[in-house]
Design a binder for this molecule. Structure first.
Ligand SMILES: C[S@@+](CC[C@H](N)C(=O)[O-])C[C@H]1O[C@@H](n2cnc3c(N)ncnc32)[C@H](O)[C@@H]1O
Ligand code: SF4
Ligand code: SF4
Length: 382
């Protein structure tokens, strides 16, 4: 399992207006110092390698980055980083090549489409976006094409902006980009919702448009659609954390290590600015409760997509309360229905329509009650 290493905690060079880490910044919980030895010891306590994360990991000085990547390369054979890309320079690219660093870049589109990833003034924001776009080109030309994360909001994914985003994605495919992750906007603040969030219908329209685009693209993949198709067929060994009954107090998919070596959780469920210490035992109360709670009361009772969705990421739960199902339920249901139809047309019976659905649901509930998170593959093979 890969560790998310956050040497400087949530410290960042820009101020994305929607960032789920803002509650922590607002509370003043921003680490300024790190200790290389403590971080390495903490990584060694976990199995697998580490991915540099933040905040913005490229705020770490280049000497220390080289130390970490040389160590990571020697110990694990490769490295990864998730960055906003605005600070990438020639020396970083040299280190990416030398220490086999795979790069993930977050950008919400070209030029003004990326304005919500704010850098203080409009001029600085556009300059930062320009740097990120140049970095993507350079990585494609001189190293490995980065994978991208695009977050969907009013500045890039309302109907009139989508054609611009689609054209850009086609251009990225021509440049060599092969993997794009689409994020629905997680809303932690009602002012952010008012200004930037898409409505349910707009989110559905945007995701359907990307699904349509995916049929036109030859090499670039949106992993979201592939994962949802796989989940519908009971294959969950490669899909991401949001479909895996994540416990907000242990977030097993994200084993964070802070600059002082402390273990931490994924920040998405951290709504009050406090990075609580990781719990030692996972609990699955959310999933047992969701299965039995009527949908009108924030649960998932009776939903035929429960096996694949499980109420989705607790960080997106209704009212910011992890016990509820995701507030994006209608978006996911609509997309699952569309992909379900697609599979039926291909002659494949999705798990959502299978006679085994209830039996498998009961099996999962039974194991959650014992503190075990059974995979769909295990459930259907036992
Ligand atoms: C918190 S950033 C940290 C790493 C790095 N600074 C970056 O921008 O990639 C990790 C990812 O979370 C995404 N993100 C932040 N806030 C979000 C939100 N409210 N909803 C959806 N995605 C969000 C960012 O766009 C980015 O892709
Ligand atoms: S809180 Fe959400 S994003 Fe974070 S590990 Fe859990 S499911 Fe994944
Ligand atoms: S689609 Fe909605 S009701 Fe169904 S499992 Fe997901 S969150 Fe729950």
């Amino acid at each position: 399992m890969t560790v998310e290493l956050r040497p400087l905690g949530v410290k960042c060079n820009i101020q994305c207006q929607y960032c789920y880490q803002n509650p922590q910044r607002d509370a003043g919980n921003v680490l300024q110092l790190y200790d290389l030895d403590k971080m390495k010891e903490a990584i060694e306590r976990e199995s697998g390698g580490f991915s540099l994360f933040g905040g913005e990991p490229l705020l770490v000085n280049e000497r220390d980055l080289e130390d970490l990547w040389a160590w990571g390369f020697q110990k694990y054979g490769r490295n990864t980083i998730q960055t906003n890309g605005a600070l990438i320079n020639e020396n970083h690219i040299r280190m990416f090549r030398q220490y086999d660093v795979s790069v993930g870049i977050s950008i919400d589109g070209p030029g003004e489409l990326n304005d919500v990833r704010w850098a203080g003034t409009l001029e600085k924001t556009r300059a930062a976006t320009d740097s990120t776009e140049r970095a993507i080109e350079k990585l494609c030309a001189e190293w490995r094409p980065p994978s991208l994360i695009i977050t969907l909001h009013r500045a890039n994914s309302v109907a009139e902006k989508l054609p611009v985003l689609h054209r850009w994605i086609k251009k990225l495919e021509d440049m060599g980009i092969r993997s794009v992750r689409l994020h629905l906007l997680e809303v932690d603040d009602e002012r952010v919702r008012e200004k930037y969030a898409l409505s349910i219908e707009e989110n559905i329209y945007a995701l359907r448009s990307f699904l349509g685009l995916s049929y036109e693209l030859k090499k670039l993949k949106f992993d979201l659609f592939d994962e949802m198709r796989e989940m519908l067929q009971g294959r969950d060994n490669k899909s991401s954390c949001v479909w895996h009954a994540c416990d907000p107090f242990t977030t097993s998919a994200v084993r964070g290590v802070e600059g002082n070596g402390q273990a931490s959780n994924c920040g998405r469920t951290n709504k009050d600015g406090i990075d609580f210490v990781k719990a030692s035992v996972a609990g699955f109360e959310r999933y047992i409760a969701l299965y039995q709670t009527p949908q009108d009361d924030g649960g998932c009772q009776g939903c035929r997509f429960f096996l694949m969705c499980k109420g989705q990421c607790p960080g997106t739960a209704i009212g910011g309360d992890w016990r509820n199902r995701t507030e994006d339920c209608e978006v996911w249901k609509t997309l699952y229905r569309a992909l379900e139809q697609e599979l039926l047309q291909e002659g494949c019976l999705p798990l959502s329509l299978s006679f085994r659905r209830i039996e498998l649901e009961n099996k999962m509930i039974d194991h959650w009650g014992k503190g075990e998170n059974l995979s769909l593959l295990q459930a259907s093979s036992s």
